[in-house]
Design a protein around this ligand. Structure first.
Ligand SMILES: Cc1cc2nc3c(=O)[nH]c(=O)nc-3n(C[C@H](O)[C@H](O)[C@H](O)COP(=O)(O)OP(=O)(O)OC[C@H]3O[C@@H](n4cnc5c(N)ncnc54)[C@H](O)[C@@H]3O)c2cc1C
Length: 415
């Protein structure tokens, strides 16, 4: 048995790192247990957007019809592998049941609260610490090829305006003036200045180094097997290497989080939502502003040190195979919207598993069954963006008994 820690964090992705950051600042001793290496999950090759305007949940009215139409046309970024997996089928049915305006309103408000909280904490983080991650506040350009869809976005923008997150409408010429990499063939763009971006894998690396410097212990290649429980309290965690004892435990295992359901008798309905990215050297005609390609549902993120295309959402269980067709769709997508070459020397082709909940809200809170277990998972498409708010909220729950933001919408009791 390894020596006692105040807190053990199981899962070394961006959420685990953020929790460790706020805890160590309070002089809490922290150990992170990671099955592979820090940042080997979804936090590595994602698109790097701090997408604070992304408050509208994935399950919103009309989504199902829209995706069926795009699947028939062969251009849907969504893929559900035919399956007899009852848990996934039930999850999908619950997702469909949440595609209504009542849920959209509730979820948007909750997401906005944690996103704005995360924004203010990112500002503090980057003013206090030196973290190498190509961080920039340049907004995000939403590009449309279809005139009708460009016009229809007005109503979405009106919804965002109610949260002071509205974008500016640009016709084709205005869009090209702002971002010369944009193609003549686009219909128009919406420019949202509220979003920022950074390079996620370098953030993870430099945050890990900072945490080690500040005293956090990191155990890599140390898969958690199960917990030892007594009187509704976790006593220690069993791993492939050792047993580790602590006063409190935080579960930040991302897409793998439902793995504890059986042993802990919990309901953590997280499914892996697979996405892909291609990272290249920065081409000459690279955009300077991150671009979201609306009809393709994909993102192009430029950094000083490189350039990444990312997207797609595949429900096909736990696998990390690289589907060539999906990767080539990313390259084709760029060529439809940007003059940028997409065949530059490729540095990395990657897939990662987003931790998806069927109501598209994260799960942040104390376990209803184990007094000293806290859960922070299910951040879906926005885990990087919500990391600081989540880490601080979990730290405050452990140290002060209460977070500074309302966590009821994120409680496990809702399932
Ligand atoms: C293509 C793509 C693009 C994206 N773009 C963006 C974006 O632009 N902006 C944004 O905000 N979000 C984005 N996301 C989502 C974001 O990447 C995730 O929400 C976020 O990384 C989740 O962080 P996490 O720490 O919960 O999970 P992860 O990073 O997956 O970390 C979980 C960790 O737990 C470990 N683990 C699991 N089981 C065990 C165990 N038994 N024992 C020990 N360790 C264990 C895993 O190895 C992993 O390292 C994107 C995702 C994808 C796939």
């Amino acid at each position: 048995m390894k020596s006692n820690n105040d807190v053990i964090i199981v899962g070394g992705g961006i959420i685990g790192l953020a929790c460790a950051h706020y805890l160590i600042k309070k002089d809490i001793s922290v150990r992170i247990i990671e099955q592979d290496y820090i940042g080997s999950g979804a936090s590595h090759g994602n698109c790097g957007l701090l997408y604070f305007s992304g408050i509208i949940p994935l399950c919103s009215p009309g989504v199902v019809r829209h995706e069926i139409y795009r699947t028939i046309c062969g251009n849907s970024p969504l893929y559900v592998k035919p399956t007899l997996d009852v848990t996934l089928l039930k999850w999908l049915l619950k997702f469909v049941a949440h595609c209504n305006s009542a849920h959209m309103n509730i979820a948007s408000k909750a997401k906005n609260d944690i996103l704005q909280y995360s924004l203010s904490l990112y500002n503090i983080l980057f003013s206090e610490e030196v973290l190498q991650c190509d961080f920039e506040k340049k907004g995000m350009l939403l590009l449309f090829k279809d005139e009708k869809k460009f016009e229809q976005y007005k109503s979405t923008n009106a919804f965002l305006q109610d949260y002071d997150l509205g974008a500016e409408s640009l016709d084709k010429d205005q869009a090209i003036k702002l971002e010369p990499a944009v193609r003549e063939s686009i219909a128009g763009a919406w420019y949202n200045k509220h979003d920022w971006h950074l390079r996620p894998e370098t953030l993870v690396d430099s945050w890990k180094n900072l945490l080690i410097k500040n005293g956090v212990t990191i155990e890599e290649k140390c898969k958690m097997i199960d917990f030892e429980i007594k009187d509704n309290k976790i006593k220690h965690v069993n791993t492939v290497r050792d047993q580790y004892k602590a006063d409190a435990f935080i579960l930040t295992t991302g897409a793998w989080s439902s793995g504890v359901n059986q042993q802990l008798k919990l309901n953590i309905p997280v499914q892996p939502g697979k996405g892909y990215s291609i990272t290249m050297e920065k081409p000459d005609q690279s955009p300077q502003i991150p671009c979201m390609l609306y009809e393709r549902d994909m993102v192009v993120t430029p950094w000083k040190t490189g350039y990444r295309l990312g997207g797609t959402m595949e429900f096909s269980g736990f696998n990390d195979t690289l589907n060539k067709k999906r990767l080539s769709k990313l390259v084709m997508g760029v060529q439809e919207y940007l003059n940028t070459k997409a065949d530059y020397p490729i540095l990395e082709q990657w897939s990662g598993l987003r931790p998806m909940t069927y109501d598209d809200l994260p799960i942040i809170g104390r376990s209803p069954l184990q007094d000293n277990l806290f859960v922070a998972t299910g951040h879906g498409m926005l885990g990087l963006t919500m990391a600081t708010g989540t880490g601080k909220a979990v730290c405050d729950m452990i140290c002060e008994g209460k977070a500074q933001i309302e966590l009821a919408p994120f409680s496990m009791d809702r399932f």
